[in-house]
Design a protein around this ligand. Sequence first.
Ligand code: NAD
Length: 257
Amino acid sequence: MGTIAITGAASGIGAALADRLKRDGHRVIGIDVQPTDVLADLGTPTGRQHAATAVADLADGRLDGLVSGAALGPYSQPGPILRVNYFGALQILNDLRPLLERGTEPAAVAISSIGAVYDDILPDQAVPAALGACLADDEETAVAAISGHDGNAAYCVAKRGLALQVRAAVQAWGDAGVRLNAICPGRIATPMLDQIYETPVMAEAVKAMPIPLGRSAPPEEMASVIAFLLGPDARYVHGAVIHADGGSDSLLRPNTL
Ligand SMILES: NC(=O)c1ccc[n+]([C@@H]2O[C@H](COP(=O)([O-])OP(=O)(O)OC[C@H]3O[C@@H](n4cnc5c(N)ncnc54)[C@H](O)[C@@H]3O)[C@@H](O)[C@H]2O)c1
């Protein structure tokens, strides 16, 4: 049994995962802007710094697992979305990796999204510029590039950037002895989805998304995939981007592996 830190643990997928891991006998350290073990705003440098320090203290300097899941929904403002969903999500992974290196069979999971693969946002000129600045680790340029564009574009940029960075980091994390994977959930019944449904222009598009399995998933079905990726059954899974979306990605991009 290990110690696992989860950002976004106060709600939705993060909360379901925290419950699942605790039931499995793990110790969970939650990080969120809503009440949990460590209160931190991952959209700001000071919040990210506080999160890393507080987790290191609570975990006595070692972690066995880490899940980077805190995020703002696509109905939020574009700048804060990039700050939280990309820069905050990535920095917490990098800042806490030294703790994982001291853990037992350590593993980390980044929660990306099916939004990462939406190529139809790319013609928007702001998108490649913002994505490029994200990948170059230039937060202020990325935020400036996406300003004035809609939250959904920012959300897709952040989630694509995060998944790409998981793939790019595969050798460095492998050398460090820590597995790192990403999951791209499809349509999951959480408070974020409730809020999407309250945003008319988004509700229509998300409801229309084709899902071969014909349904949304409860957050527990993401928790079980993440628990697998964190655990010993996934010992040889590293650098993978797992689509847990009822088949939507394969349906939308049948010729892309
Ligand atoms: N629900 C879906 O359909 C869906 C689909 C694809 C991907 N995802 C991803 O799954 C993850 C979990 O989402 P969810 O659906 O459970 O949403 P949710 O809104 O229920 O949970 C997100 C959590 O992140 C926290 N958070 C937001 N901003 C933060 C900040 N600045 N600092 C710290 N914590 C912050 C929130 O307080 C909340 O507890 C997210 O990364 C989301 O993008 C969700």
